[in-house]
Design a protein around this ligand. Structure first.
Ligand code: GTP
Ligand code: MG
Length: 177
């Protein structure tokens, strides 16, 4: 008999306000980019059907609010996630410093079975504005120190590496499921 694998995978995107979470999802799902900033309030999701390991799966991608005053609305949706994406802005080191906070926040509220093995993806976004090898080595080494964490650098504006990042997100989520 066919295994009863779930047809959809739940992905949660976290990170400080303005790092480009909404823009990344919009680039990946709709191939669109907007220069105007409109804060996400609470949480919402978009879906995309993709092939992962020869299986048709639906990625349910949850966009959350980076702004503190809206963020508490989002934690209710962390539970049951198959992969968590942590986004920072390569032009703003303080947003990279927040990676620990967002990871801990996720682990606390989603409370997955194995905290050390749960798949995270870190994305340094806005590479169209700045490339800083030294800063980015810090992010890479943060990932190396955590276990099951992959690192990508993207531009939601020109689309650079967005597809590659989400391919890995889908793979990691499927392995977790
Ligand atoms: P919150 O909803 O408040 O948590 O913010 P967010 O992380 O969803 O950020 P959002 O996607 O709204 O992007 C914030 C601003 O950065 C917007 O003005 C975007 O146009 C811009 N932006 C996002 N990604 C990129 C990028 O890769 N390059 C450049 N140049 N600008 C970007
Ligand atoms: Mg947003």
């Amino acid at each position: 008999m066919e295994s009863m694998k779930r047809a959809f995978l739940k992905i949660i995107i976290l990170g400080d306000s303005g790092v480009g979470k909404t823009s990344l999802i919009n680039q990946y799902v709709n191939r669109q980019f907007y220069n105007e900033y409109k804060a996400t309030i609470g949480a919402d999701f978009l879906t995309k059907e993709v092939i992962v390991d020869n299986k048709l799966v639906t990625l349910q991608i949850w966009d959350t609010a980076g702004q503190e005053r809206f963020a508490s609305l989002g934690v209710a949706y962390y539970r049951g996630a198959d992969c968590c994406v942590l986004v920072y802005d390569v032009t703003k080191p303080t947003t990279r410093d927040s990676l620990d906070k967002w990871r801990n926040d996720f682990l606390e509220h989603a409370n997955p079975l194995h905290h050390d093995k749960f798949p995270f993806i870190v994305i340094g976004n806005k590479t169209d504005l700045q490339k800083n090898a030294e800063n980015n080595a810090i992010a890479q080494s943060w990932c190396n120190g955590k276990g099951n964490v992959s690192y990508f650098e993207t531009s939601a504006k020109n689309g650079n590496s967005v597809e590659e990042a989400f391919d890995t997100i889908g793979q990691k989520a499927l392995e977790q499921d």
